[in-house]
Design a protein around this ligand. Structure first.
Ligand SMILES: NC(=O)C1=CN([C@@H]2O[C@H](COP(=O)(O)OP(=O)(O)OC[C@H]3O[C@@H](n4cnc5c(N)ncnc54)[C@H](OP(=O)(O)O)[C@@H]3O)[C@@H](O)[C@H]2O)C=CC1
Ligand SMILES: Nc1nc2c(c(=O)[nH]1)N=C([C@H](O)[C@@H](O)CO)CN2
Length: 239
């Protein structure tokens, strides 16, 4: 089996689009899912290894790592996509929100990256090319967010882990982040929110998953970029 790419949270939206992209390119993939969306059944039918994993407690993260290692002895890349865009307004228990945000966005990638170094290094040994870790962060890493404080802080932690792991794992493994602003709306986003959000960037569009797919491919095809964050934000920083 060729070295697979691991995508976390691939049951919907960006993670699912990445999974379909790699399958179409003939790349073997391993995906995690929390909810067994119909799309997961379809990925499995197309040959993806689909692992149920709810990273809402430490034991589940450790258990996932053991299951991952039972499926493969090498990894071409890990894409940390799984995420919860939760906010203080919906969570009266601020302590629990903070812990949940840090666990899914920072602790889960941290523990998986530490446990997967040998799997990634084996890819390097077999292909004389670096393996990859890609963190999906967020534009708000640099600005903070008054409505998603814990979310933004946890994504900032993931951004910092990008730098630490890049220094720790080079040259066998490259570690980078992709920091998107609006990529795709959620179904329940109303017209007023959509109009307000579109105005936040210079480009003023909802770009869709293709922008993340292109960014992931750029990083995977480089043998030199590491420790960096790729902003995919429509020029929002200049508005
Ligand atoms: N969409 C956008 O415009 C933007 C996205 N991003 C980032 O890009 C990435 C993909 O975004 P998007 O596709 O919208 O993500 P989603 O909000 O659709 O979430 C992706 C997946 O993460 C899974 N997930 C959530 N919590 C957990 C958990 N505790 N354990 C395991 N899996 C979990 C969800 O599972 P389930 O299906 O069960 O809910 C979901 O399938 C994320 O990291 C996001 O922060 C950043 C900026 C903008
Ligand atoms: N896990 C998620 N993270 C984020 C989402 C999302 O839907 N799921 N959406 C956004 C917004 O699009 C924001 O970038 C613009 O309002 C941010 N993070």
């Amino acid at each position: 089996m060729t070295s697979p790419i691991l995508i976390t949270g691939a049951g919907q939206r960006i993670g699912l689009a990445l999974a379909k992209h790699f399958i179409a390119a003939g790349q073997t993939i391993i995906v995690t899912y929390r909810t067994r969306h119909k799309a997961i059944d379809e990925l499995a039918q197309q040959g993806a290894i689909c692992i149920a994993a709810d990273f809402s407690d430490d034991n589940a993260i450790v258990e996932f790592i053991a299951v991952l290692k039972s499926h493969t002895s090498s990894l071409k890349a890990i894409i940390h996509n799984a995420s919860s865009w939760d906010c203080e307004a919906n969570n009266p228990d601020s302590a629990a929100l903070f812990d949940n945000m840090m666990r899914i966005h920072a602790k889960t990638p941290y523990l998986i990256n530490l446990a997967s170094s040998e799997l990634l290094q084996r890819y390097y040994e077999q292909h004389a090319a670096p393996a990859d870790i890609i963190h999906l962060t967020d534009y708000v890493v640099d600005t903070g967010s008054p409505k998603h404080l814990a979310y933004a802080a946890s994504k900032a932690a993931l951004d910092n882990l990008t730098k630490s792991f890049a220094a720790k794992y080079a040259p066998q493994i490259k570690v980078n982040a992709i920091a998107p602003s609006l990529i795709i709306f959620n179904e329940d986003d109303d017209d007023a929110y959509r109009a307000k959000t579109l105005k936040k960037s210079l480009m003023g569009i909802e770009p869709g998953c293709r922008e993340i797919i292109n960014s992931v491919d750029l990083l995977l095809n480089s043998h030199y970029i590491t420790g960096r964050s790729l902003p995919v934000d429509g020029g929002r920083h200049l508005k």
